[in-house]
Design a protein around this ligand. Structure first.
Ligand SMILES: *Cc1c(COP(=O)(O)O)cnc(C)c1O
Length: 361
């Protein structure tokens, strides 16, 4: 048994991986691979439509919002968002590498107002009271709901005088969201939704301001809306895997159930990190992510880092090395991570602690 804690691309339910493999060989009994069928065929249109419908159902997306499957990764949306929404100024919350890069991209389209930043504190927390500082003349307020690298999360829909836009790449579909507060929500697929290669974009049709600049066709949300995610050949395989995963999610009980599981998994690990003498958490308690649980060895045991990685490896626990800018460990616990995975990690932490304290390793 292997437990894959990678931050992205991340684990998917085994049955989703198997059904994807099957569709690569023979799609729906057609004798053709999913990769070979016309993307405008009724068969693929049905895939796209069902995926859209499931996102609408699972996140309770209102009718005046459109659901798009685009490509270019979440980082493409860092540029598409300001291209389409930024006319004069936009407010951004600087909570990590991704947030910062989104701001940098937007700065070429107008004024970027940093509402608050935790950059000076190595992004170990989400700044308090930022909601009161969002300027009401901004075109939108952008934030990253989950900071994948630093393990902090804003697990609610903030109050804002201007429309919200959020990068939800690493916690999409892990909790209910009040979509009506947002002009646009986007997410790269490879954390909680599918494999890399597709982005989910949820956009309110009338939130798009009249274009006052030339927008290249592939960057123009309006063009994508008009074409129903078929402006060019869509990434059929990642969209199909997204559909399979959305069906899985629905059968498991939807986003309320995903939220419950996320809380359960995170409390097991944060409790253990708090109890265990070898480790300490990276993020401040009030900002901790339920998705990416970042921890390091206490200074006293810093030399044991590689030993611990080797130790967990023997137990089938993979990819818990922290991001290079944080170090230590990161256990990414997305929707597909079973409770047994975190229990296995918890047990490994306990057993390793015993060994170290007994001076045996
Ligand atoms: C992974 C990640 C990105 C980058 O995604 P790509 O699809 O590789 O462009 C952006 N934002 C967040 C929050 C992420 O976790």
């Amino acid at each position: 048994m292997k437990y894959n804690f990678n931050a992205g691309p991340s684990m998917l339910p085994r049955e989703v991986v198997e059904a994807t493999a099957q569709a690569c060989l023979d799609f729906n009994g057609s004798g053709l691979s999913l990769m070979e069928i016309p993307h405008r065929s009724p068969e693929f249109r049905a895939v796209l439509q069902e995926a859209r419908d499931l996102v609408r159902t699972l996140l309770d997306v209102p009718q005046d919002y459109e659901i798009l499957f685009l490509s270019g990764g979440a980082r493409m949306e860092f540029c598409r968002v300001p291209y389409n929404f930024l006319r004069r100024s936009a407010a951004y919350l600087d909570t990590g590498t991704w947030a910062f890069q989104a701001m940098h991209e937007a700065s070429h389209f107008g004024q970027v107002i940093t509402v608050a930043s935790s950059r000076q504190e190595h992004y170990t927390h989400i700044p308090k009271g930022f909601e009161q500082r969002i300027p009401d003349q901004a075109d939108y307020f952008h934030f990253t709901s989950n900071n994948t690298i630093y393990g902090t999360e804003l697990r609610y829909d903030p109050e804002s005088p201007v429309p919200l836009i959020s990068d939800m790449s690493s916690d999409i579909l892990s909790r209910p969201v009040e979509v009506s507060r947002y002009a646009c929500i986007y997410a790269g697929a490879q954390k909680n939704l599918s494999m890399a290669g597709v982005n989910l974009v949820i956009v309110r049709r009338d939130a798009l301001p009249p274009a006052d600049r030339y927008i290249p066709m592939m960057l123009d949300y309006r063009e994508h809306l008009a074409a129903g995610s078929m402006l060019n050949t869509p990434p059929v395989l990642p969209i199909y895997t997204a559909l399979l995963n959305l069906r899985w999610l629905y059968r498991q009980g939807g986003v309320e159930e995903m939220d419950r599981r996320a809380r359960e998994r995170a409390s097991v690990l944060y409790d253990e990190i708090g109890r265990n003498r070898l480790f300490r958490a990276v993020a401040r308690e009030d900002s901790r992510s339920l998705m990416n649980i970042c921890f390091v060895m206490d200074d006293e045991f810093a030399a044991r880092e590689q030993d611990f990685l080797d130790f967990v490896e023997q137990r089938g626990i993979r990819n818990i090395r922290g991001h290079r800018s944080v170090g230590g460990f990161r256990a990414s616990c997305y929707n597909a991570m079973p409770l047994e995975g975190v229990m296995a990690l918890q047990q490994a932490m306990r057993d390793f602690e015993k060994q170290v304290l007994a001076g045996r390793v």
